[in-house]
Design a protein around this ligand. Sequence first.
Ligand code: SF4
Ligand code: SF4
Length: 475
Amino acid sequence: MRFPFALSAKIAGHIIKHKLRQTPKFAMVLQLEPLHTCNLTCTGCGRIREYSTSLKDMVPLEKCLAAAMECDAPMVSICGGEPLIYPKIEELIDGLLQQGRVLYVCTNGMFMRRKMKDYLAAIYSPEVEPKMKRLLDQKLISDKDAEAIRKSDEAARKKTVIRPSTWMYWNVHLDGLEFTHDLIVEREGVFKECVEAIKMAKILGYQVATNTTVYKEADMQEIEDMFKFLSSLDVDGHTISPGYDYDAAKKDMVKRLGKDPKEFFLTRDMTRKKFAKIMDWGKAFTIFGTPVYQEFLAGKRELTCTAWAIPTYNVKGWKAPCYLMTDGHYGGYQEMLTKVAWEKYGVVNGVARDSRCENCMVHCGYDPSGALGTNYQRGDNWKNFKYNFGAKPKPFPFSPELEKRVYNGVSIGKGHLAEAKAAINPAAGAKGAFSRNGDEPEPHVGSHCGTNETTERDELLAKIKDAKNIEARPE
Ligand code: SF4
Ligand code: SF4
């Protein structure tokens, strides 16, 4: 099956239950942001402007668990910031699994292997040796790591750890192949680390998904190659969503860069062109999201925003109206449902009810619409059912040619700090190529979930394209 039966059945059961009860609005996915701190400084990361004053704040564990209970979404996406920095991340994952939720741990991948080594230390017995051998053979752990795991003490064994589960996915942020991804996250070697973490996770039996945001300048052939490569690694699913310049980003662009936002928008028409092949990808790869949402992205139908179905909870409370825009925070999910004038938001039949929604087609606004039948067309239910319960696409065959295309950055000596830095920002000198105003980038807050400021990224990707044209890089 495309997705584990228990998970698809749980989600379908949740929808059916609320349809029978005629609940007008209910949660499908909780976007839980326990903190906004991050170890990376990705270009244009969205949360920096909005939550810069609460960078060090965290949602206490009990409040996180209570938020999930309150909205009762069957799926929880733990995001941020980098959630693996959250001091009680293991307890949070454990608590949410005990509540019976499907979990997506959205991560930039940099701490995954550390967490999986903790898991190995907690469960070590000679029976684990065959897996340890595979990890050592593929250099996914070092000899020193293996020794430490074998000698794990009582404390390591008692530690709450993140264990493989059918109900949990690592959800790794990847916005392109090595060169592009490392540029966007502003650090060489991050793509490689993500791939190694994915390989280690698959050997240990974890489920792994990836999360990609498509920007105006994104090369869709590159995105397809990325899916082929990830499929060859047996990755279990992919979220892909169009980037979108939401209100705060637009204002910032005018103020800080003095540019006309219209020149840089990923408009609805552009999004549809970018996603022209999404339905083919849905057949070839395990793309998360209903086929109805895929049709919407490809421009084959309209949907109405159901942002209330993917609520966001963070240090300030329940964020309304959606993951992207903030018109207020509320103390409770039900309070937010009743107090927000939802009819003021979204795009209906091509007409924006709020000008800020005009170009938005993001999954956190429209993917649930496909599942909930808000713009129902005959056959939709069957289409969704067939997709979710149908056969899983076969892994794409691995080939050295594909791998060569994938590792097109620092692995072949073409890291962004070497030549791309000069091509992209000659004035940067020895400083970080993408730092603002020539300063070294500061750790900041952000999100892996497509809320980034797309203008900065689009500009960066355009420059990468130019750099590629100026100097053809060896295959
Ligand atoms: S369309 Fe929906 S998800 Fe998109 S910005 Fe508007 S309210 Fe948010
Ligand atoms: S997008 Fe933001 S939160 Fe995600 S890794 Fe980059 S800086 Fe961190």
